[in-house]
Design a protein around this ligand. Structure first.
Ligand code: GLU
Length: 554
């Protein structure tokens, strides 16, 4: 009876009992092998890459087993909340191709029948279970303030025993209804603590999905489950939510590993089935010869936003993560170059238990492969979306020249071994800038970068000669034939063999002639195929650039 009175005293407004809540969360209609996983993110800023990595693992496990992956926002710590985080999380997941089946949406509504998916909207649910625990003598109010707790700690330190709120040190464990009532009438703040049945002499064992068999001391502390502001602690909300939402696998950062005894105790006390846990070590950053954790403050490249801003296609980062998750992905990818990475089944047993290293070079290579599989039009669409947000100059340029840009991006892409020169969207502009008259004109203001073995006068002769014979409709062979003829006329060898036999007889070889044309058209010495470039530039532009060249050289 006194527990009942205590429960009424602490939660007078809570009228529901757990059974009322259970009826709102029926088991999901899924096959027995389907996994239910989640991304439980606090809205405390932009997503970090470690979070993104863990999320991909959760998402893959759910979807490869025809299960459900959902997003839950853990926003009970209002002090740490940063505005715009929810939008950032949702947009980042979408950019990196991580689809969630249930969770909060940008519109403000929830999608899915197991919500609400924001913890701040679930306060009443937590209270029902807290009241239930108090009613059953499994939890109690604690009125100790920081000074009281400090006193306990000092006493324990003096006695050289474990500090904390447990066993005989748990002052309010057996608080009477009368005493609690008086404290409340006096306006004293209180927390709710779980009465621990554990002993630090006993050990719990469980099988971690990532780290394998784990043994830890049982929890003997009376942990706080409700804070003075009436909000649940992470531990409590985790147990309630993951049980009601049906989570089968909880994958999370390994900073939570030491909390497993608390969580197992909570699930057991509440009479809930315990989910499987997998603890993922943080992704590491290479710094010189050593590696370390990404720092939240110092390392920009530790956030998902960085990869988006740089323009790594979302799918490239996911593809790269697949290599880190299971090292046999690489071999699978080689034998299945055209399949989606989603056709590969990941396995938590094969995951590396220690921190995976983020290798930027490898990410770059994978990203180049991913981009090389796209058509010019697809590259254009990505570039268009990306530049709209991150490079307004490029956006204006390609928006004005849509078709031209698609043709530019198609160069070297429609062949069997397509070009692999872009690893991210920010690589594209410097490589294609010369195609656009505005940028080209700006670039040649500081002079043409001719190869050193050709004088400006000779270069002028080459360009003049070439512009006379140039026919836009010539096929590649005829075009090259003209180039050779011109080389011969101007005292250059028509081919390399000829040149190598008697280098002193020539000013250079046909390659030098082509190089001059290349520089006149692009002001670059290294470009994709010159013939392809001319085709895309079109006759008018080619002639006008040659004209500009003599203009400058006279
Ligand atoms: N909100 C917790 C965090 O951001 C979630 C941990 C978990 O996945 O259970 O670390």
């Amino acid at each position: 009876m006194s527990n009942e009175n205590m429960a009424e005293l602490l939660f007078p407004d809570v009228r529901q009992v757990p059974a009322d809540i259970y009826s709102l969360y029926p088991p999901r209609n899924l096959s027995s092998s389907a996994l239910i996983t989640r991304f439980a993110q606090s809205p405390t800023g932009s997503l970090n890459i470690g979070g993104l990595y863990a999320t991909l693992i959760s998402e893959r496990l759910a979807h490869q087993s025809n299960g459900v992956f959902f997003l839950r926002i853990e926003d009970t710590d209002k002090k740490r909340e940063i505005k715009g985080s929810l939008e950032n999380i949702i947009n980042s997941l979408s950019y990196f191709g991580i689809h969630f089946d249930e969770g909060p949406q940008l519109s403000g509504d929830d999608k899915g029948a197991y919500g609400p998916y924001k913890q701040s909207s679930r306060i009443q649910i937590y209270k029902v279970f807290m009241k239930h625990l108090v009613r059953n003598g499994l939890a109690y109010p604690c009125f100790c303030d920081t000074d009281d707790l400090q006193k306990i700690r000092i006493n324990q330190q003096n006695l050289k025993i474990t500090t904390g709120y447990y066993g005989r040190w748990a002052n309010h464990r057996d608080i009477s209804f009368q005493q609690a009532k008086e404290e409340i009438l006096n306006g004293k703040p209180f927390v709710i603590r779980l009465k621990s049945s554990g002993s630090s002499d006993s050990r719990i064992t469980y099988h971690d999905l990532v780290k394998g068999p784990i043994e830890l001391p049982e929890n003997d502390q009376d942990i706080v489950i409700m804070k003075t502001d009436g909000l649940p602690t992470y531990h409590f909300a985790h147990a309630i939510d993951d049980y009601l939402m049906g989570t089968t696998f909880c994958l999370r950062g390994d900073e939570w590993l030491s909390s497993v005894p608390i969580h197992i105790q909570l699930f057991e006390t509440l009479g809930f089935r315990i989910p499987e846990y997998g603890h993922i070590a943080p992704i590491m950053k290479q710094v010189g010869a050593s590696k370390r954790k990404f720092s939240k403050r110092k390392d920009l490249d530790g956030t998902a936003d960085y990869y988006k801003e740089q323009g790594y296609p979302g799918i490239a980062l996911s593809e790269y993560f697949m290599n880190l998750i299971n090292s046999d992905f690489e071999e699978w990818r080689m034998t299945n170059p055209h399949k989606s990475f989603r056709d590969f089944f990941i396995n938590t047993d094969k995951m590396n238990a220690s921190g995976a290293l983020l290798d930027m070079n490898k990410l770059g290579d994978i990203s180049k492969d991913v981009i090389s599989r796209l058509t010019g039009k697809q590259v254009f669409d990505h570039l268009y979306t990306w530049s709209k947000e991150f490079d307004s100059e490029l956006y204006t340029l390609i928006d004005k020249n849509k078709e031209y840009t698609v043709n530019i991006l198609n160069i070297g892409r429609t062949i069997e071994k397509p070009r692999k020169d872009y690893s991210k969207w920010s690589d594209v502009k410097p490589m294609i800038a010369f195609f656009y008259d505005e940028l080209f004109e700006k670039d040649v203001l500081s002079g043409y970068k001719l190869p050193t073995n050709v004088s400006f006068d000779v270069a002028k002769e080459i360009v003049l000669g070439f512009s006379k014979t140039y026919r836009f409709n010539n096929e590649k062979e005829a075009w090259f034939h003209e180039m050779k003829e011109l080389a011969g006329e101007l005292g250059f060898a028509k081919d390399m063999k000829q040149y190598k036999a008697n280098p002193n007889n020539y000013k250079g070889h046909v390659g030098d002639v082509a190089m001059v044309i290349r520089v006149a058209l692009t002001n670059r010495t290294n470009t994709p195929d010159l013939f392809d470039i001319m085709k895309v530039m079109g006759e008018k532009r080619v002639l006008s650039r040659m004209q500009t060249f003599f203009g400058d050289s006279i």
